[in-house]
Structures are given as structure tokens and as C-alpha cells.
Design a protein around this ligand. Structure first.
Ligand SMILES: Cc1cc2nc3c(=O)[nH]c(=O)nc-3n(C[C@H](O)[C@H](O)[C@H](O)COP(=O)(O)O)c2cc1C
Ligand SMILES: Nc1ncnc2c1ncn2[C@@H]1O[C@H](COP(=O)(O)OP(=O)(O)O)[C@@H](O)[C@H]1O
Length: 308
């Protein structure tokens, strides 16, 4: 898959089969749409193109605004789409200029001239152009003029996509990993850098790599203890993760930490990827470090059972 960080970097391709959307999560519903464009492209010897928008204007205008939470970072999304063998991913900033184009200009300049659209697969309710004035109707009207086909994704499929995204976000926020993963069709994951913590972990025999996720818009699951798989330096480890504010030691910050099994290396500054597989239990305020240590030992047994 080729990725372009601006629409202007893309050179129109022959027989572009295009779809447009956010594709947050790249879940079951999204995969169905992607299968559709791949089938259409195969049938006409064309190439699949996904047009997605990033960053959201709210992120640029209000960088301190933390309210946007997404299942995937833009890089994670690109990786997931690459795994699905999409040919081209165009990531374009949702700038004022871009959104101020009239529907007609958008169709002619972006879809036809810049992308070379021959077929567009689009949700029944998709809106574009200034004040979101453009829609399916405009595409259908102009399709004979510019020689492309419009394939509508019916309401039922679009609703399924929206419902899945909402359910996944809600499930993750409620630490219901199994349900989120069921909707996603793959284990939810995050990626971050290992930073220094209070170095209490090693004192109780469970060192934990504290993970800093750079993208503030990445959705972090609700508090709890999780069975995880961690990739570090192309090796996969089993482990147990903790998300919470460490009430036992009156922690001040919400941490993402992981104790890796059969591992004993200093990895500060390294990047790790963590896949969430099971929820084990909720966060608790234990009575001192000895109780915490005993509880973590029980957690480990439970995690090993789940990951067996
Ligand atoms: C499997 C596991 C379960 C944990 N459960 C709790 C808990 O229930 N309550 C709590 O306050 N901290 C819990 N912690 C977090 C510990 O308090 C934390 O790892 C410890 O303070 C070390 O922090 P440090 O990495 O900053 O040194 C848990 C950690 C792990 C790895
Ligand atoms: N099995 C392990 N799991 C996680 N981190 C480990 C492990 N073994 C060694 N480490 C190292 O120890 C660090 C965690 O130790 P800890 O005492 O909890 O310190 P900190 O509070 O700085 O995280 C990790 O960042 C990593 O560099």
C-alpha cells in the first residue's frame, strides 16, 4: 500500500475504485466495505483508493482539547489498511480550504482530476463540500458528466459501521476488552515508549514498563488489569498490564504499565506494542505493598491461564 500525506501528492491512477471515510478501528463493518472496493477493482483491473481525513480540525484549532478519542492512531490505521492490501491511502488534512469547496468543485477537482475516480463506493448519507451541502445526489448527477460509477452503501451497512464504532469505544472505556475485540475482529492494541516510573515495581518483584502513548487522541481503555501480548524488538512476550492511578500507593497520574513474563531487560526509551486480550479484574486500593504483591501474584496465575 502506498500512503500519501496530502491529496496533492497523489498522481491519478487508472480505474481508481475509491471510498471515503474515517475508518476508525478498521473493524468488521469497514472490512466489508474494503472487500467491496477490492472486488470492484479486481473486476475492472483497477486500483483501490481510500481517502481519509486527518487531523480533525478540532485537533489543530484546539490542541489542548482532549475530547477526541480514536480507536486507532493514524499510523495504526495505515498499518491495518496495508494488511488488507488496499493499494492507496490518501490522508488529507481536513483544512478550511478543503471543506470550503463547493460539491461540484470537490467532485471535479478532487475525485475526478486528482484521484481519477472511475468507481466510488459511498455511504447513503455521505456529505461533502461547503456546509456539507454535497451528497449522493450530486455524485449521481455528475457521474455521467465525468464518467464514473456510484455504488451506494445502504443504510443498514452504514448503521452497522456506526454502531460497531460506538460499541467498540464504549466497551474499551468500560474495560470490556473481549467485547471490543469481538467487534474489532482483532485484539485492540496500543503503541508507546517506555518511560521511567517510581521504581517501586522492582521492589515488589514485579517491574512494570510504564508506557507513554504520544498521540493524545488515542483511546485508552478503562482502568483494570489485563492479559496482554507485547511486541518488543520483533519478539512477542506474554504479560499483565495495569491501567489506573495506583490507589494503593496514592498515585497521582493515570499509568499504563506492563509486567512482561520471562523478561529481564532494561528497556527505557524503547517502543513497545501491546495487544489487549482479556480483562482480569478492576483496579483496587490494597492495604500496602505486601497485599499488592500477593494480589499481583494471583493476577499472574489468572493471566497465565487465560493466555495458555
Ligand atoms: C498485574 C498488576 C496489577 C496491579 N494492580 C494494582 C491495584 O489493584 N491497585 C494499585 O494501586 N496498583 C496496582 N498495580 C500497580 C502497582 O501499584 C504499580 O505497578 C507499582 O506501584 C509500581 O509502579 P512503578 O512502575 O511506577 O514503579 C498493579 C500492577 C500490575 C502489574
Ligand atoms: N519483566 C519485566 N517487565 C517489565 N519491565 C521490566 C522487566 N524486567 C526489566 N524491566 C525493566 O524495568 C523497568 C520497570 O521497573 P520498575 O521498578 O517498575 O521501574 P519504573 O517505575 O521506572 O517503571 C522497565 O521499564 C524495564 O526497563
Amino acid at each position: 500500500m502506498k500512503t500519501y500525506h496530502h491529496i496533492d501528492d497523489f498522481k491519478p491512477v487508472k480505474n481508481a475504485v475509491v471510498t471515503i471515510g474515517t475508518f476508525d478501528g478498521v473493524h468488521h463493518g469497514h472490512r466489508k466495505i474494503i472487500s467491496r472496493i477490492k472486488e470492484l477493482a479486481d473486476a475492472c483491473g483497477g486500483e483501490t483508493v481510500i481517502l481519509t481525513f486527518f487531523p480533525h480540525p478540532r485537533m489543530i484549532l484546539h490542541p489542548e482539547d482532549d475530547s477526541i478519542k480514536l480507536i486507532n492512531t493514524i499510523n495504526e490505521k495505515a498499518d491495518l489498511l496495508a494488511q488488507l492490501d488496499v493499494d492507496h491511502l490518501i490522508i488529507t488534512p481536513f483544512s478550511r480550504d478543503f471543506s470550503n469547496q463547493s460539491p461540484e468543485d470537490y467532485i471535479r477537482d478532487v475525485l475526478v482530476s486528482k484521484i481519477g475516480t472511475k468507481k466510488i463506493v459511498i455511504g447513503y448519507d455521505h456529505r461533502f463540500g461547503k456546509d456539507r451541502r454535497g451528497g449522493l445526489k450530486d455524485l449521481l448527477q455528475l457521474s455521467p458528466v465525468y464518467g464514473f460509477d456510484v455504488i451506494e452503501i445502504p443504510e443498514q451497512d452504514i448503521n452497522e459501521v456506526a454502531v460497531s464504532s460506538t460499541r467498540i469505544r464504549e466497551a474499551l472505556l468500560a474495560a470490556n476488552i473481549e467485547l471490543a475485540n469481538q467487534f474489532l475482529g482483532y485484539p485492540f492494541f496500543l503503541t508507546g515508549k517506555v518511560i521511567r516510573g517510581d521504581q517501586i515495581g522492582r521492589q515488589i518483584g514485579y517491574p512494570t514498563a510504564n508506557i507513554h502513548v504520544e498521540e493524545r487522541y488515542k483511546l485508552i481503555p478503562g482502568d483494570g488489569i489485563f492479559a496482554v501480548k507485547v511486541q518488543h524488538d520483533n519478539i512477542e512476550y506474554k504479560g499483565m498490564a495495569y491501567i489506573g492511578s495506583r490507589p494503593t500507593i496514592n498515585g497521582m497520574t493515570r499509568n499504563i504499565e506492563v509486567n512482561l513474563f520471562d523478561f529481564d531487560k532494561e528497556i527505557y526509551g524503547d517502543t513497545i506494542r501491546m495487544e489487549f486480550l482479556n480483562f482480569i479484574r478492576g483496579d483496587m486500593k490494597l492495604n500496602g505493598l505486601d497485599e499488592l504483591k500477593a494480589q499481583i501474584a494471583r493476577d499472574k496465575e489468572e493471566v497465565l491461564k487465560r493466555l495458555a
